[in-house]
Design a protein around this ligand. Structure first.
Ligand code: PHE
Length: 357
């Protein structure tokens, strides 16, 4: 008769080795070592044996039990490792795959125009400055030769701010002109700066927004004349609108902080909307020679230093260049509009190359 223990061991090892997954292995464990398992049944027979037989048989069954337990553990380790392999293979992420093309962002037309202004005036030697949106009344008005109660204040619908915790009256700046003052107080001539930035007026319709953008310009030196103002702005307008022979007109006007003051118009055709020719004129920006009082307010001697300043609406020149009809679209964050009028973030500003002629 063959030894039942070695027979059981051979068969049990075969079953354990054949278990294809953890569930099959667990079933084998129960069949061998479980409550009514084969090895457990052998242990139960010990009770009916005499002590000699029990001793040798018991030792053999216990050896079988621990050998099978070990075999089960080894097989479990193998199956677990291969289960992990399978999972890793199934969940593999190929980081070298090219990305999916999702909707691309674009540069907002206002930002784009600011980049163009920076490039164009940069090529003419202008630096860029900025300053606070919440401005002291004195920088926004007083220092610019607009005293309190002066009728010129009525030209701008100002947001006056409660001077909480401050002893100076504050406003949301109504134009970028306060940066004329800040610049002249901060740096000595020669000065050549532009100031693109946000401005605020209490006004709202298809052509006015309570928040809008302006770009200021300021040039101060010893021998600056109206001829420099005209040359600089005509060059700028031709490069910005990309029309080398764009006609411009300088029309007398009034600003408290410039003398003489003027508004600059460009030619256009009212019927077709085409810019550059035609018999109609379109107002584009305000400018003038910096008023002697403004120079003096900044500690500059008007007999020694002169200069010019200009200011334009960024929305306005952007609408004209790109044929945008309604100002409100700029602030609505409509992705369709932005995709149409926005610029690729990778498109370089080439306008500073200027007129090739
Ligand atoms: N600050 C003026 C405005 O907002 C524009 C301007 C700037 C005019 C500089 C002359 C000189 O209307």
């Amino acid at each position: 008769m063959s030894n039942p223990i070695s027979l059981i061991e051979t068969e049990a090892r075969a079953v354990i080795g054949a278990a294809a997954d953890l569930a099959a292995l667990d079933a084998a464990r129960v069949a061998l070592l479980g409550k009514s398992g084969e090895v457990t049944a052998l242990l139960k027979t010990l009770g009916g044996m005499d002590s000699e037989a029990r001793k040798s048989f018991g030792a053999a069954v216990n050896a079988l039990k621990s050998s099978l337990t070990e075999a089960l553990e080894q097989r479990r380790a193998v199956l677990e490792a291969s289960a992990l392999e399978t999972r890793l293979a199934a969940e593999f992420v190929d980081v070298s795959l090219p990305g999916r093309v999702e909707a691309r962002g674009s540069i907002h037309p206002i930002s784009r125009t600011i980049e163009e202004l920076t490039a164009l005036f940069g090529a003419m030697g202008f630096g860029v400055k900025d300053g606070p949106d919440i401005e002291e009344d004195w920088y926004n008005f007083g220092a610019l030769n607009i005293p309190a109660h002066h009728p010129a204040r009525a030209m701008m619908d100002t947001f006056y701010l409660k001077a909480a915790g401050r002893n100076k009256p504050m406003v949301l700046r109504t134009h970028t002109s306060p940066l004329q003052i800040r610049t002249m107080l901060e740096q000595k001539p020669p000065i050549r700066v532009i100031v693109p930035g946000r401005t605020y007026r209490s006004d709202h319709d298809a052509t006015h927004s309570p928040m809008f953008h302006q770009c200021e310009g300021l040039v101060i030196d010893r021998d600056i004349t109206l001829a420099h103002l005209k040359g600089c702005l005509v060059d700028f307008l031709r490069a910005y609108f990309e029309i080398p022979d764009l006609k411009a007109r300088f029309r007398a006007s009034y600003f408290p902080f410039t003398e003489p003051s003027m508004e600059i118009d460009i030619a256009w055709d009212r019927k077709t909307g085409a810019i550059g020719g035609g018999n109609d004129w379109l107002e584009i920006l305000g400018a003038g020679m910096v008023h002697p009082n403004v120079l003096a307010n900044c500690g500059l001697d008007p007999r020694e230093f002169q200069g010019f300043a200009f200011g334009m609406g960024i929305e306005r020149i952007t609408m004209l260049k790109h044929g945008i009809a309604d100002l409100r679209n700029f602030y609505e964050s409509d992705l369709r509009w932005l995709a149409h009028y926005g610029t690729s973030p990778l498109a370089p500003v080439t306008l500073h190359e200027g007129d090739p002629a």
